[in-house]
Design a protein around this ligand. Structure first.
Ligand code: NIG
Ligand code: FE
Length: 392
């Protein structure tokens, strides 16, 4: 049995709700980690005596600690990049779903080793910025073997793998959309299923209709996958209604929402996952997190790390944007990037530091979590523990 004790924590965010503080904040705190799990959290002065003879003791000298970030939405396995598109957008060219096909071509052309190497570099990038749990979607191959390859590679680095064969219709199926949808629901699903936990559809003009999306999600559910949806990114549309109708864990983007969408989300257990890196990188208006939270919707923040609409893996940046541009308080934004992400992945072992949780935590070179938004762009992550082991 190995025990690690962290003391000198100026502010500990546990996300174990206490009174009217959903972040379960403890000041002058200590954490005891035993065999990769959180064994105890509390005020330093209340630290049980027998825990002071630990194997390892670190005095964090007045730093803030929070749960490792949970990035519930990424597309980390791909070839090439689209910096030229970003540059054009910054000159005024609008974002459209069609750019996905360029990454599909580059991904199909890449070798497995090239994809693995890029993926591993991105995972290291996530870790350095405090992300300890992350989801990865397929969706840049769009052939049976290609989607299987992406899911298999993703499964090497995370349990949270999502089948996104319904990202766009690939060019070779332009004359036969129905045939592509049928393939996604049958042979492609069968090939990807062994590696995946989730199924997703991009429900948007230029991608898939609500009817196509529902058919694909129901096929996935029938095969034992859990549904999630990309919706309401580029326009108000049927994504939210589809997500709620199939009992999706999350509907992601939620940039354009009607009052009915907000009411549907508030009455459901579907999380609204907001991806402000997309609005930053596409010059779209930011989603209105305040409106969602005030209506009682559970909100998560994620990076959507992908080469087209949001090539960033930084949850600290998402927190800063959410606070500055989306009406969230720093506490709400930190909760959304940790506990919110865990809800969006239906996980209760991460996103909080209650007793028994995975000892995934971030140490900030700052006295409080507010600094994540107050000091945007500054690399404040000083240390990262995953399963109780220091990784960064
Ligand atoms: O989440 N919305 C669909 N898929 C990605 C965009 C991918 C791309 O442009 O390559 C997203 O924004
Ligand atoms: Fe996405």
């Amino acid at each position: 049995m190995t025990t690690t004790v962290l003391t000198g924590i100026s502010e500990l965010t546990t996300n174990v709700a206490s009174g009217d503080d959903p972040c379960g904040t403890i000041v002058d705190a200590a954490v005891v980690i035993r065999d990769g799990r959180v064994a105890w959290t509390g005020r330093r002065d209340d630290l049980p005596h027998h825990d002071v003879t630990e194997d390892e003791h670190h005095d964090l000298a007045g730093r803030a600690v929070l749960p490792g970030f949970v990035d519930s939405h990424t597309h980390l396995v791909f070839g090439g990049d689209r910096a030229d598109e970003f540059e054009a957008r910054m000159r005024g060219v609008p974002y459209a779903a069609g750019g996905i096909r360029r990454t599909v071509a580059a991904t199909r052309a890449a070798t497995e080793e090239e994809l693995r190497e890029r993926l591993r570099a991105l995972v290291a990038e996530l870790h350095r910025q405090g992300t300890t749990t992350f989801e990865i979607k397929t969706g840049y191959a769009l052939t049976v073997d290609g989607e299987e390859r992406l899911a298999r590679l993703a499964r090497e680095v995370t349990e949270e793998v999502t089948f996104l064969g319904a990202h766009v219709v690939p060019p070779e199926w332009d004359e036969d959309r129905a045939g592509y949808v049928e393939t996604v629901c049958t042979t492609m699903l069968d090939a990807v299923r062994p590696h995946a936990r989730w199924i997703d559809v991009f429900c948007e003009t230029g991608a898939f209709t609500a009817e196509e999306g529902e058919r694909i999600l129901r096929a996935g559910i029938g095969a034992g996958l859990l549904p999630r949806v990309h919706g309401n990114q580029l326009s108000a549309g049927p994504g939210v209604a589809l997500a709620v109708a199939v009992g999706a864990a999350s509907v992601d983007h939620c940039t354009y929402l009607s009052d009915d969408d907000v009411a549907l989300l508030a009455a459901s257990s579907t999380v609204a996952t907001l991806l402000p890196g997309v609005e930053f990188s596409t010059r779209q208006p930011y989603p209105d997190a305040r409106r969602l939270i005030d209506a009682g919707v559970t909100v998560a923040l994620a990076s959507d790390c992908n080469p087209g609409s949001s090539f960033t893996s930084s949850l600290p940046l998402m927190i800063a944007l959410a606070v500055r541009e989306m009406g969230m308080t720093p506490a709400e934004a930190v909760w959304a990037a940790t506990a919110g992400g865990a809800r969006a992945l239906r996980r209760d072992d991460v996103g909080h530091l209650g007793a028994g949780a995975r000892a995934d935590l971030v140490v900030l070179d700052a006295p409080t979590r507010v600094h994540l938004a107050y000091r945007p762009g500054v690399p404040l992550v000083q240390a990262v523990y995953a399963d109780g082991v220091r990784r960064v």
